[in-house]
Design a protein around this ligand. Sequence first.
Ligand code: TYM
Length: 330
Amino acid sequence: MDKKVVFSGVQPSGLLTVGNYIGAIRNFHTLQEEYDCYYCVVDMHAITVTQVPKDLREKTFQVLSLYLASGLDPEKATVFIQSHVPAHAELNWVLNCFTYMGQLNRMTQYKDKAVKHQDNLNAGLFTYPVLMASDILLYQTSYVPVGEDQRQHLELTRDIAQRFNARYSPTFEVPEGLIAKEMGKIMSLKDPESKMSKSDPDENASIFVLDDEDTIVRKIRRSVTDSEANFCYRDEQPGLKNLIHIYQAFSDESVENIVKHYEGSSYNQFKEDLAQLIYQKLSPVQERYKELMGDKKHLEEIYRIGSEKASYQANKTLRKVYKKVGFLPR
Ligand code: TYM
């Protein structure tokens, strides 16, 4: 029997944070045995905000290397770059014609980005979720491992798939998200009410996957908690709650155990331990990352093979779609 398909993507739009790592990337390799996995570096999404070409190329290599450094095996999973598979852009056009303006207007990520990028409010930023739907639907995807912030985009993807299937005949698998409950939304270290984000101008608000030990220790020490001096896991202490989620992610311990262990001790002790835990878990990833980044030829081989495999599957779906909408065969 054919394996079910998993698809996910990460934008090469900045340094990756532990939010990206916990919410998405570290889960990717755990799925590669059981599912037919496609992991894409979504460079086409990245140009919806201004990018310096040279930096974009480097960041694309960085995301690819981090995929591999965190355990993805290119023999098992298909790892590729979005712009190398033209079917993404082609399906995007068709699906644009099956998405209503009203739906896109309701996307909260667009609303947030529109405020931040007033000087470059381009149409790509608005239709961004349609390209994301194309990514997912091209591979007949069943599961999409992402963070909580992508939930609304996934709902839209399901909606577009269902609309197309109902208008013609079953064409797309209707995908489901794999979104971790608490760890799907890691918050800023400076403002626990907002998401940790690679585009946050305050670099102390995020731990980056490539941060060194001293930087991790400093950022965790200075992270915002509260003045209650009572080690509890509750909504009223959102800074501490967020740190507990990060601890949980890196230790695989339950919240109850963590709270039991630190009850009565100072936040400082917990923060020191947390910083060490993060560093211990990230440093092997950083080592592998450095090795991979030192051999660009090898990375190129991996992404070329990946895009061939991806193109084969993507084109199968695209041909079906073109036929159904009434385009003449080539
Ligand atoms: P991006 O590049 O912003 O983020 C990559 C992944 O990291 C997750 N994430 C988080 N998880 C937990 N806590 C956080 N603070 C946090 N910040 C980010 C994101 O949810 C995402 O899973 N639109 C997508 C990229 C994309 C995609 C796709 C994803 C394009 N096409 C198809 C899945 C399937 C994005 O901007 O992710």
